[in-house]
Design a protein around this ligand. Structure first.
Ligand SMILES: Nc1ncnc2c1ncn2[C@@H]1O[C@H](COP(=O)(O)OP(=O)(O)OP(=O)(O)O)[C@@H](O)[C@H]1O
Ligand SMILES: [Mg+2]
Length: 359
């Protein structure tokens, strides 16, 4: 088992710096998800942990030992890639056993490990087949099986579900969650899908442009985003943002006027140490913290998306801003209607002009 520490990790390709000093602490057995938009450096960071990329600056240690210069095979790590990278001419059993034969494990030991992994991943019936005779989901399970049999200290996954269709993605996601409950290994999992991040992670690392924006549990990030980027990235549909101005700050509360739409001011029970009256701010409110009743905000309904249990009402406010409201599936609100809506004052977020949360 393994904990891991990343300290001031930098990466440059030639003159271009793509990771700008990353610090992450991972405890033994934790399921950690790196999430962020395309190109933010997730795979690069994962490959540096695996030892497949040089480290331009900083340190990576596993179980207290600095591994910067350790070859990949000696780091106690197994990596599962997005493209399964199976050997096409080998059976499932051979694919899963290959790494162990290279490592010169005994035949009996290899058989025991492969059979156990196959059982866990429901591959027992498929052990004699070749990759071409498997579905995408089955191939991905073989790729995971090949990692399991090595009994690594740490599993690294790079977008393992992105080649699967929607239904299979949900199934395989559940399998990975169960597998982690079972094995209790340390897992680092890369995805750009915030739903995968929310459902799998003990700890989420939100990355953006080569920097870490915030690290926390899924609920932490959802309820206490540190900045506009995290607030907008975590949650679907996205948090609504409305521009506004601070009207007054009295040391225990902040009053905010929201860009002409709101009939009055909104008061936040926070000291507001980092803001003063006249400052531009952004008010953040999640769709489920708006109700399509009341008169705090008003606008014209553009679209109603009915998903069954929930309906999303897209509202155009008078001053051109747009809001999404989550209502029960049975709402009778219809496109074209003019409606009012209220905010849940306890669940609002406030961000300063730099995008940092205001406390
Ligand atoms: N071998 C390379 N040489 C030069 N630049 C690279 C190389 N590999 C990656 N990059 C750059 O580094 C940045 C981070 O890439 P990376 O693959 O880590 O992103 P990512 O977060 O995994 O994105 P995605 O979600 O699209 O997989 C990108 O700007 C990319 O163009
Ligand atoms: Mg990537």
């Amino acid at each position: 088992m393994a904990d891991m520490k990343l300290e001031g990790v930098y990466k440059s390709y030639g003159d271009v710096e793509v990771l700008h000093g990353v610090d992450i602490d991972i405890t033994d057995g934790e399921f950690v998800v790196f999430v962020g938009p395309s190109g933010c450096g997730k795979s690069t960071l994962l490959r540096m942990i695996a030892g497949l990329e040089d480290i331009s600056g900083g340190d990576i240690s596993i179980s207290g030992e600095r591994v910067n210069d350790k070859p990949p095979a000696d780091r106690g790590i197994a990596m599962v890639f997005q493209s399964y990278a199976l050997y096409p001419h080998m059976s499932v059993r051979k694919n899963m056993a290959f790494g162990l034969s290279i490592a010169k494990l005994g035949k009996a030991e290899i058989k025991t490990r492969v059979d156990a992994a196959a059982e866990k991943l429901q591959l027992t019936e498929l052990l004699h087949r070749r990759p071409a005779q498997l579905s995408g989901g089955q191939r991905q399970r073989v790729a995971i099986g090949r990692a399991i049999v090595r009994e690594p200290q740490v599993f690294l996954f790079d977008e393992p579900l992105s080649n699967l269709d929607a239904a299979l993605r949900v199934n395989t996601r559940l399998e990975i969650a169960k597998l982690h409950q079972d094995l209790q290994n340390t897992v680092i999992y890369v995805t750009h899908d915030q739903v995968e991040a929310m459902t799998l992670a003990d700890k989420i690392v939100v990355m953006n442009g080569g920097n870490v924006e915030q690290i926390g549990s899924p609920m932490d990030l959802y309820h206490r985003p540190a900045n506009l980027f995290v607030a907008g990235f975590i949650g679907s549909p996205k948090m609504n943002f409305l521009p506004g101005t601070v009207v007054s700050v009295d040391g225990s509360s902040i009053a905010v006027q929201v860009a002409g739409s709101l009939s009055g001011t909104v008061t936040f029970d926070r000291p507001g140490n980092s803001c003063s009256s006249g400052d531009s701010i952004t008010l953040g409110v999640r769709p489920e913290h708006l109700t399509a009743a009341g008169n705090e905000l008003s606008g014209a309904v553009e679209v109603v998306e009915r998903l069954g249990d929930v309906s999303y009402i897209y509202l155009n406010l008078a001053d051109g801003e747009r809001l999404v409201i989550a209502e029960s599936g049975t709402t009778e609100v219809a496109p074209g209607e003019k409606i009012g809506c209220n905010l849940d004052p306890a669940s609002l977020h406030l961000f300063d002009a730099d995008g940092k949360v205001v406390n």
